[in-house]
Design a protein around this ligand. Structure first.
Ligand SMILES: NS(=O)(=O)c1ccc(C(=O)NCC(F)(F)F)cc1
Ligand SMILES: [Zn+2]
Length: 258
């Protein structure tokens, strides 16, 4: 029987052919030029409030582009800082580079890359569901956390240990233990914030980005565990890696800082 292979996903430099917004005015990620970031006292006057519960995580899935921890929104809310309303966590995932390399993050800081970047995705509660929020200018808020290579991250271990169980696209494993994703945030809660987009197609310009200034350390083994996830490459199934979009033109946007 004819085997119909799913088309291998096109790389970031071809996305504009099917998603013209790829060349839009508020695309992500960006290179954060720290000297151009403007400290905004209003961000500290109304601090970012992260109140996650420790039983919100339901499952880990291989989406074919990353791992994704699916969260039921019960009690997982953020507000304050750059946000004008309450946003609820819906999922978190990551982007990473080649084994042992230092590139892999999507945002960069004065041109510096990190080996991986975690994204905690939230949707604005003024909308009825994430599907309605996902393409609205104030629809989503994503907290980005840089991963640096160092000592093992005890809080990330229960998740990184699950990657070997979801090697192929659409594989899914339930999370039976209590897990509080707030453990993935750095202790120091300083961040940069700017208006941007989804970093993968459909690249909707709907994201208020909150990029934490401090990286969190994970071990080389935990970074290697990300490669237990497999995806389709031009030469067949391979280890998932380099699933990051490079920085996009700032187009005159202001980056604010706490
Ligand atoms: N990498 S990122 O910017 O955090 C990112 C966050 C969320 C989505 C997402 O929900 N895609 C599904 C949709 F919206 F229906 F298309 C994509 C990328
Ligand atoms: Zn992402």
């Amino acid at each position: 029987f004819l085997q119909v292979a799913s088309p291998v996903p096109q790389g970031p430099n071809k996305w504009h052919e099917q998603f013209p917004i790829a060349k839009g005015q508020r695309q992500s990620p960006i290179d954060i030029v720290t000297s151009n970031a403007k400290v905004d006292k209003a961000l500290s006057d109304n601090p970012l409030k992260v109140s996650y519960s420790n039983n919100c995580c339901q499952s880990v899935t291989n989406t074919g582009a990353s791992f994704q921890v699916v969260v039921d929104g019960a009690g997982t809310e953020i507000s304050g800082g750059p946000l004008d309303s309450t946003y609820k966590l819906v999922q978190f995932h990551a982007h990473w580079g080649p084994l042992g390399g230092d590139e892999g993050s999507e945002h960069t800081v004065d041109g510096v890359t990190y080996p991986a970047e975690l994204h905690l995705v939230h949707w604005n509660q003024k909308y009825k569901d994430v599907g309605e929020a996902v393409d609205k200018p104030d629809g989503l808020a994503v907290i980005g956390v840089f991963f640096s290579r160092g000592k093992e991250h005890a809080g990330f271990k229960p998740i990184s240990d699950l990657f070997a169980k979801v090697p192929r696209k659409a594989d899914k494993v339930d999370i039976s233990f209590n897990y509080d994703p707030a453990c993935l945030l750095p202790a120091r809660r300083d961040y940069w914030t700017y208006l941007g987009s989804l970093t993968t197609p459909p690249l909707f310009e709907s994201v208020t980005w909150i990029v934490m200034k401090d990286p969190v350390e994970v071990s080389a083994e935990q970074l290697a565990a990300l490669r237990n996830l497999l995806w389709e490459t031009p030469s067949g199934e391979g280890q998932m890696c380099n699933n990051y979009r490079p920085p996009q033109p700032l187009q005159g946007r202001l980056v604010r800082s706490t």
